[in-house]
Design a protein around this ligand. Structure first.
Ligand code: ZN
Length: 179
């Protein structure tokens, strides 16, 4: 296998009429594997394709995260929903790896890996949205005093009932101060 390093200027420019947070413009020097670059571009194409195909059933004006946000109706946090899908794809990849067939050119593995990458990026997209919309609130351990700033919604779990992850004995209770 030869060295497939590439170096060069990357320019990303996206202009949207609907979203005032755009245009997104980014220009930087790329220095890495050409296969990585090809995979990133492929992941973007797949994301676009999926949104054109079936996002919420209404075409391209729908929220790309609609499928995940809908899980709230079933008591599942959207972020957790994305993680579960990553796990599902991960299981498939793991099965291939165990069978020793990962070394073979296998479209299923390629698809699963690209899906995992896209789910991970969508998770970050969801999180940035949540951080914009929901304020952090403070939780403090009633035993050791450990403090944590948490986004409470749309996360369904009631953190007030949660054990402290720091001392393992106390209970995280909501504090007014937040952050
Ligand atoms: Zn504690």
């Amino acid at each position: 296998m030869g060295n497939r390093r590439v170096k060069g200027e990357i320019t990303i420019s996206v202009v949207s009429e609907r979203d005032t947070s755009l245009p997104i413009q980014s220009q930087f020097k790329f220095n890495g594997h050409v296969g990585y670059l090809e995979a990133v571009i492929e992941a973007i194409k797949i994301h676009t394709q999926k949104n054109s195909d079936y996002s919420g059933g209404g075409g391209q004006d729908d929220d790309p995260l609609a499928n995940f946000k809908g899980s709230v109706e079933f008591g599942i946090d959207p972020g957790l929903g994305i993680i579960l899908r990553i796990q599902d794809k991960f299981q498939r990849v793991k099965a291939f790896a165990k069978s020793g067939r990962l070394a073979v050119v296998n479209e299923s593995v390629e698809d699963a890996m690209l899906d995992i990458a896209n789910y991970a990026l969508l998770y970050l997209a969801l999180r940035s949205e949540i951080e914009e919309e929901y304020p952090f609130v403070g939780y403090v351990c009633n035993l050791c005093g450990y403090k944590e700033a948490v986004i409470t919604r749309p996360i369904i779990t009631n953190l007030r009932d949660n054990a402290c992850g720091h001392c393992d004995h106390g209970v995280m209770v909501w504090s007014e101060e937040g952050e």
